[in-house]
Design a protein around this ligand. Structure first.
Ligand SMILES: Nc1ncnc2c1ncn2[C@@H]1O[C@H](COP(=O)(O)OP(=O)(O)OP(=O)(O)O)[C@@H](O)[C@H]1O
Ligand SMILES: [Mg+2]
Length: 464
């Protein structure tokens, strides 16, 4: 499978069989930046080009002459296909993958072909956007290494896991990792549910499903999330947002390992691993009576806390930044550019990202797109992007008031962390900075921001 596309450029592979279509495709596409490649020699079945988007135009006559080879080729390239000619009445799903069932008549017009290519390009763009996810999970800092160690330790048990961490730290990423590392459930589904986004009144139907004809509009039977996750992992994101009455129902399912669809009297056994995540202080919610203590203990059999980006330190910030830059710019283009300049890495390290990895990713993407366009690390333009990120309001989706509350909580926690680090390093700034994994300058800025004063910094410093 290809991983990234440069969508501006397109390769069209034409496998014409008995039809006569290559010349027409060339003519229809002549005004675009498209290469048309004849591919009817089965021995040289195209594999696609990693740096260009590609799709295939295949005559249906090929199916009868080389069905098996065609299937191999499709499995190998995963390329979207436009079929030309009349399709056999019974579509064999192995030959025609449902997501790419694009068909043109044998006497297609240029407008029809271009329209269909444009539609497929949109799909390819969506795939390319997904491919932007760097496949590696960056974890170089000690605290992230410790976390991965915990993941390894707990991945294979069946008990529930509660993942805690600020917004954007990678809670879902870690949940997926837990799933992939579980020997029994990893071949099953990973069903992710955002508990904060369940419309009122739909909880039962979504989680428990319904039997056929159980209410007006319920045409067929429907599996709820619990059943969908059977044999795999159910990931309940934002679990702290689940209202109390829904918490009771969840608890019952966990205790009985069974669900009963709406309109049915027959409980169905379910077997899944539950991973929940929250950026809220669940023990506090329990104290406030907003979260059931019994459910909390049930969920938090194993608790994993994901460190904030700031805790992971400058080296890791830069490593994550580089990973996203490579994903956006593309390895080939990046290799033609000079190394990421020091001033840029420093500027990233010195930027505070309240939205953690997600926010760093957004900045890296904006920088990556700019660098890709102009083909250089243009200092003035990139500095502007960084300045803009620094001035931006955190978490635009949230209300400003909520964002301010979150931020001040974060600030208090961070002030505590800095103070504790200073104390345990005898107030030596060099050691403290190293201990926190930040530069001395950043430490100094933090001390100034949090009004942490040290009576005789220079004397102490020179002692160390
Ligand atoms: N260690 C990492 N290395 C590389 N990418 C990461 C890492 N951690 C997180 N990401 C990326 O950062 C983004 C945010 O991660 P994710 O959605 O898992 O965070 P989250 O904690 O669930 O966020 P939210 O609180 O908004 O739900 C994703 O694009 C994810 O792939
Ligand atoms: Mg999430």
């Amino acid at each position: 499978m290809r991983t990234s596309h440069t969508i501006e450029e397109l390769d069209i592979y034409v496998w014409e069989g008995k039809a006569d279509i290559v010349e027409r495709v060339v003519r229809c596409m002549s005004s675009f930046d498209v290469d048309v490649i004849r591919a009817d020699d089965m021995t040289s079945a195209p594999e696609g080009n990693a740096s260009r988007a590609s799709l295939a135009v295949i005559s249906v006559s090929v199916i009868s002459s080389g069905g098996a080879k065609l299937r191999d080729w499709q499995a190998h390239t995963g390329m979207p296909v436009i079929w030309v000619g009349a399709l056999p009445r019974e579509r064999d799903p192995a030959v025609y993958p449902p997501e790419y069932s694009h068909v043109l008549p044998l006497d297609f017009t240029c407008a029809e072909l271009r329209g269909m290519v444009a539609k497929l390009l949109t799909q390819l763009r969506a795939h390319a956007a997904q491919a932007l996810e760097p496949s590696v999970l960056v974890a170089q800092s000690e605290c992230m290494q410790a976390l991965l160690h915990e993941v390894d330790t707990f991945a294979d048990c069946d008990t529930s896991v509660l993942i805690r961490g600020e917004t954007g730290v990678g809670k879902e990423r870690i949940a997926q990792l837990l799933h992939e590392k579980h020997s029994r459930y990893r071949d099953g589904p990973f069903v992710a549910v955002n508990c904060g986004a369940i419309p009122d009144g739909l909880f039962e139907s979504l989680f428990f499903g319904h039997a056929k004809g159980s209410f007006t509009g319920a045409v067929g039977a429907h599996k709820g999330y619990f059943e969908q996750a059977d044999g795999g992992t159910l990931f309940l994101d934002e679990i702290g947002d689940l209202p109390l009455y829904q918490q009771v129902k969840l608890l019952r399912v966990l205790e009985d390992s069974a669900v009963t669809r709406i309109g049915s009297a027959m409980p169905v056994k379910v077997d899944f691993r539950l991973v929940a995540a929250t950026n809220k202080d669940l023990p506090q919610l329990v104290k406030d009576g907003a979260f059931r203590a019994d459910l909390y203990y049930r969920l938090a059999v194993i608790e994993l806390r994901i460190p904030s980006l700031e805790e992971r330190g400058a080296v890791e910030k830069i490593a994550i930044f580089k990973a996203f830059i490579a994903a956006v710019v593309g390895a080939e283009r990046l290799a033609r550019l000079p190394e990421i300049p020091y001033w840029l890495a420093d500027a990233v390290a010195d930027t505070y990202f309240p939205g953690n990895v997600r926010e760093l990713r957004n900045l890296a993407e904006r920088i990556g797109v700019t660098v890709r366009q102009i083909g250089a690390w243009d200092a003035s333009r990139l500095r502007r992007l960084i300045a803009h990120a620094r001035n931006a309001q955190p978490a635009p989706a949230e209300s400003v008031a909520q964002a301010l509350v979150d931020r001040s909580k974060w600030d208090m926690a961070e002030r505590e962390r800095v103070l504790a680090a200073l104390a345990s390093n005898a107030w030596r700034r060099q050691d403290t900075a190293q201990y926190l994994g930040i530069s001395r300058k950043v430490l100094w800025e933090k001390m100034r921001k949090y009004q942490i004063f040290d009576e005789e910094p220079e004397t102490r410093e020179s002692e160390g």
